[in-house]
Design a protein around this ligand. Structure first.
Ligand code: XBP
Ligand code: MG
Length: 240
């Protein structure tokens, strides 16, 4: 069988391009709750549970269902959640402006892959504004297509955002490689038929990454080589 040539890399954002959740999105949610005089506080442990639900609006709704059910009884609950999420996005942009670093090896990979002629794209659950806030303009410009947030009706683990990006690129999944950090992301990329490399984070360290092409602690940096405990072949969970 003729092996398809790799033509594009498709990157997840949160946890993959940068480790944004614990010290970025999480405090931004908490700042939005405080601004709305809500005594909700998502500590690191609770946020780790809530991360099973992708999408900030969906995550707020899920939290309320479990911990603040009366909030969902309001007639205008959908607009309340939208307002809270818009405030959170503003706070997140402020945190990004203070500088959220990219993960090891990401900037080098983006620049070298682009220079070598690979097409780059983003497939993320996060809000588009968050990508502009996180990435320097010259790095954002390297991405040919950006699929984000509410572009699709169903967020990860549904494959919709990856399928949207593939359609935008006009490429079959066999010509692309996805880079992800979470089980939800892997489910989405695999359901779209994409080979996927995982760079796990502290929040996703215990996730089941069966089906990943490789499981890496991160991409490593020049002079700081990739740690040696990674699997170069299809990953299966009994190697954990
Ligand atoms: C991660 C998510 C997002 C972020 C919060 O996206 O699930 O919801 O946690 O961003 P991915 P929003 O890993 O696909 O990049 O509040 O804008 O959703
Ligand atoms: Mg992610």
């Amino acid at each position: 069988m003729l092996r398809a040539m790799l033509e594009a890399l498709i990157f997840d954002v949160d946890g993959t391009l940068a480790d944004t959740e614990r010290d970025g999105h999480r405090p931004a949610f908490n700042a939005a709750f405080a601004e709305a005089d809500l005594d909700w506080h998502w500590d690191e442990a609770l946020y780790g549970e809530l991360l099973d639900v992708t999408g900030g609006k969906e995550r707020i709704r899920f939290f309320c269902g479990r911990h603040e059910p009366e909030f969902l009884q309001q007639d205008d609950v959908e607009s309340r959640i939208k307002e809270l999420h818009a405030a959170k996005t503003r706070h997140y942009a402020e945190l990004c402006a203070q500088g959220i670093p990219l993960r090891p090896g990401i900037e080098q990979l983006l620049r070298e892959a682009h220079a070598a002629g690979l097409r780059l794209a983003i497939a993320t659950t996060t809000t588009p504004e968050n990508i502009t806030a996180l990435l320097a303009p010259d790095l954002l410009a390297l991405f040919e297509k950006v699929g984000a947030g509410d572009t699709v009706p169903h967020k990860k683990p549904a494959p919709d955002i990856y399928q949207w990006v593939l359609a935008q690129l006009g490429l079959p999944p066999a010509a692309c490689l996805a880079i992800e950090d979470s089980a939800n992301g892997l489910k989405a990329s695999r359901a779209a038929g994409l080979a996927t490399v995982i760079t796990r984070t502290a929040y996703t360290d215990d996730h089941d990454f069966s089906g990943a092409l490789a499981l890496l602690p991160d991409l490593g940096e020049v002079g700081v080589p990739l740690l040696r405990h990674w699997h170069s072949h299809a990953y299966d969970s009994d190697k954990k």
